[in-house]
Design a protein around this ligand. Structure first.
Ligand SMILES: [Fe+2]
Length: 177
């Protein structure tokens, strides 16, 4: 009567695996936020609307804050703030840059810039939402609070961009065609 052998892997609590995952995803978003600090000024330069320029200026300052907040998070976790290249965001930025450069200067290009920025925002909203869920399960309260602050700001930025697009940009882009 041979019993089915159940091979158990070396046991490590699931929380340790989740803590590793949290750290990995933090490293990736840390790269992404730092990359945005250097990329956003280029989008601002290419934009035509003063309202959009002001929104991007505000967003650059906020992104710098997000970088600093991530450093606080690493420190709260007793981890070194290491950046690991985020292939997902790099792809979004590359595609955004191509779309923007192919659009006619003026309202159409502004609409393309808003679209590129919103793709980034939605990536960040998903990333921070996931990180917050991990931090909650791991009972990392300080980390969770910091992540939720950033998540709220990302959502707000997305709404501001939608409002700019809705109020006049998309309409003027059509008018220009
Ligand atoms: Fe951000």
């Amino acid at each position: 009567m041979a019993k089915t052998s159940t091979t158990k892997k070396v046991t490590r609590p699931a929380s340790a695996g989740l803590a590793d995952l949290l750290k990995q995803r933090l490293q990736t978003i840390y790269w992404a936020e730092s990359e945005l600090v250097s990329t956003l000024p280029q989008l601002k330069e290419q934009s035509n609307s003063q309202e959009l320029q002001a929104a991007i200026t505000e967003h650059i300052a906020q992104t710098q804050m997000h970088v600093t907040r991530l450093e606080e998070i690493f420190s709260a976790l007793n981890e070194k703030a290491d950046a690991v290249k985020c292939e997902g965001l790099q792809g979004i930025l590359k595609e955004g840059a191509a779309t923007v450069s192919q659009s006619e200067e003026g309202p159409v290009r502004d609409a393309a810039i808003i679209g590129a920025c919103q793709l980034v925002e939605h990536y960040e909203i998903a990333a921070y939402g996931t990180l917050a869920a991990y931090a909650k399960v791991l009972n990392e309260k300080q980390v969770l609070d910091l992540l939720l602050k950033t998540l709220t700001e990302e959502k707000k930025s997305d709404q501001i961009l939608s409002a700019i697009a809705d109020t006049h940009l998309n309409a003027s882009a059509v008018g220009e065609a």
